[in-house]
Design a protein around this ligand. Sequence first.
Ligand SMILES: [Zn+2]
Ligand SMILES: [Zn+2]
Length: 259
Amino acid sequence: MIDSHCHIAGPEFAGDLADIIARARTANLAHALVILAADDGPEIEQGRRVAEQWDAVRFSVGVHPHAAGKFAANPGDAPEVVDSVIAAQPLTRGLGEIGLDYHYDFAPREVQQQVFREQIRLARRRRLPIVIHTREAEDDTFQILEEENAGEIGGVFHCFTGDRAMAQRALGLGFHISLAGIVTFRRALELKEVAKLVPLDRLLIETDSPYLAPAPHRGKRNEPANVVRVAETIAELRGSDAQAIGDAARRNFERLFNP
Ligand SMILES: [Zn+2]
Ligand SMILES: [Zn+2]
């Protein structure tokens, strides 16, 4: 079992990290990719404490599209900040989450695009796979990925919520698809179809904790141990078992992130 995307270096977990890690170990998690916001000093600091306590942890570092506005005056500063965090954290294995979020539009779209683009270039220089966050921005996301030849470094569409056509598009560029707790929600019918079609060698699973707790924990703080529920749901949909899904996700994680 693995958790390909969680935010346990965030303030929600500062008080009970040891308990969270103990439950993740009990759930047999072999790897967890912890996301660090490059512009968030306390998160980077807590990331070090997480890594001291749990050897399964690796990091992905980036400027989230929500934070892109901080670099509106000079989008070229974003990759510099990311690069310095990567240089200081030897357990970094990914660049992200990066991308476009037109649902919240917390930063102007042109700024989001430029900050996304600059970070893909950094990922190419650093030879790191990218962790993509995209919401209501499908066409612009693919245009930038194609223009920047992001398929050469590869990566993952994290917390995938698109339809089957978008999944095929992501797979066609060579990317992995990571499913989060949303796939457990009763009404997520299209996503359940996506869960059936992703080839087993391109599938990842995640919690995106503290967000998106799977059923029956919906609405509560999520944590890495809950990724088992995601694997169980995908297994039910595919007529497989949770262990097989977890094992496949682990192999994919190891090939992609070289933990
Ligand atoms: Zn995200
Ligand atoms: Zn995230």
